[in-house]
Design a protein around this ligand. Sequence first.
Ligand code: KIV
Ligand code: NA
Length: 266
Amino acid sequence: QRRVRVPHLQAMKERGERWAMLTAYDMYTAEIFDEAGIPVLLVGDSAGNNVYGFETTVPVTVDHLLPLVRAVTSAARRAMVVADLPFGSYQASPQQALATATRFMKEGLAHAVKLEGGAPMVPEVELLVRAGIPVMGHIGFTPQSEHVLGGYKVQGRGAGAERLVADARALEAAGCFAVVLEMVPAPVAAEVTAAVRIPTIGIGAGPECDAQVLVWQDMAGLRGGRAPRFVKKYADLRGDLRAAAQAYADEVAQGVFPAPEHSFEA
Ligand code: KIV
Ligand code: NA
C-alpha cells in the first residue's frame, strides 16, 4: 500500500473525511497502529513524559527523539511519520530549525516535522518548506512553553480566539500542511478549522477539527493516575499488563512455568 502523503490529508479535508493521529515511540506500536490504518503517526516530544519519565517536554533533546523516530519509520509501512522538533532545537533561527529538521529527515527518515508556535514561527516554517520538508504546526496550548503559559490551561478563550485564527492562517500561508490545536474551546477550534484549507488536528479541541490526536498511552490506558479531560480510554493496558506480570510471577513461584512444552529435551 502506498505511503500516506500531504496531498492525501488535503484531499480528506476536501471530502470531509475525519481521521485519527496517534503518537508512537517504538517499533511494535508503530506496526500495530499502521495495521489499524492510522494514517499519521507522531513521534512526539511527549516521549519526555511517556517514555523517559520527565515531568514536562522541556528536557527532551534531539538525541532522545532521533532513535525513536528511526524505530517508528522503520516499522510503519503506510503511515506518514511526523517527528516533533524538541524545545530549544529550532527557536534560535530558521537555520537552526533547518539543521535540526534535516537530522530528523536524514537520520530518522521522518516524512515530516512538527514545531510549536504561531505567527512568530513563520520564518522557520518558510525555510523548512522551501527546503522540501513538510511542516505541521502546533498552536493553542503548546507544552514546550508551559512555564510562560502558566501550566496546562485552555488557550484561545475571549480575545485569544482571534489570535488563534490569525496564527493558523499565518502557518497556512507559510506552507504548513496541517496544524495541531491543543486545549482550545470547541467553538474556537471550529472557527479555526473553517478559516484554513489545511487540516486541523485537535487534542482537547472539540469535534469540529478535521482530525484528532491522542498520546497512545493515554488512549490505551497504559498511563497511571488521572488523565486529562480530553482523553478517552479505549483499553486498559495498564490493568492487563499488571495482571499478566502477576500471573507470570505466580506461575514461576508455584513451579507451573516453565512447563515441559517450554523446555528442551536432552
Ligand atoms: O508530543 C505530542 O504528543 C504532541 C501531541 C499531543 C500533539 O505534540
Ligand atoms: Na509535542
